[in-house]
Design a protein around this ligand. Structure first.
Ligand SMILES: [Zn+2]
Length: 213
């Protein structure tokens, strides 16, 4: 059985999720590689991390990825439309936080629709733009898990659309697609993991997003 461990990361409490399976993967990494390595080290050796998945290119989710990939040898996957934003300190937010980072090179660029098979866990790549052009969610269809990145959060919250590449109309269309999914557990990019009537929470997010459309 796979295990999912939530790791809350600096600089602004982004959630990183370590999935221990036949292949070990981490979804988002925060901005501090040393911090994440020390947390992951409780479960696996550095060279046992196989895949780094980034829900999007904002620094609080992806800033540590370049360094982490060097240290662990893990492959890095993110969406093709995030390529411009992710290594630019003006658009990824690094300048805003006054942080330095190692640029990240993707091992594979995602388009959406891929299935990433980790063993017990199978992650379907969904591409809901709006918070950023190449934001992705990862959906485990059988287990009904949704790793929602910064697209939707618990309690009907939504990702901001006022950062470079953000688009409130696209966010509404994207959340409409998420409403269609059968989700029992939401693993958001910030805030707590929730299993409390998740569909209703995503419907609330849709209503909230429509206000800003
Ligand atoms: Zn973000």
């Amino acid at each position: 059985m796979a295990e999912v461990h939530r790791i809350v990361t600096p600089p602004i409490q982004g959630n990183s999720y370590l999935i221990l399976d036949e292949k070990n993967a981490v979804i988002d990494v925060g901005g501090n590689p040393a911090f994440l390595i020390s947390k992951i080290g409780k479960y696996i050796e550095k060279d046992e991390l196989d895949i780094i998945l980034l829900t999007h290119g904002h620094f609080d989710h992806s800033g540590a990825a370049g360094e982490l990939a060097k240290i662990t040898g893990a492959e890095v996957y993110f969406h093709r439309n995030e390529l411009e934003l992710i290594n630019n300190p003006l658009t990824n937010g690094a300048r805003l936080f006054g942080m330095k980072f190692t640029p990240v090179n993707p091992s594979k660029l995602l388009d959406g629709g891929e299935i990433l098979d980790l063993g017990d866990v199978s992650l379907e790549v969904i591409h809901p733009p709006g918070h950023s052009p190449g934001s992705i969610c990862l959906y485990e269809r059988e287990k009904k898990w949704l790793f929602s990145g910064d697209t939707v959060f618990p309690f009907g919250n939504i990702g901001r659309t006022d950062l470079p590449g953000g688009n409130p109309e696209l966010l509404v269309e994207s959340i409409k697609k998420l409403v269609e999914l059968d989700v029992e557990i939401m693993y958001p990019g910030h805030d707590s993991v929730t299993s409390d009537n998740v569909r209703e929470q995503i419907l609330q997010s849709l209503k909230f997003a429509e206000i800003f459309q």
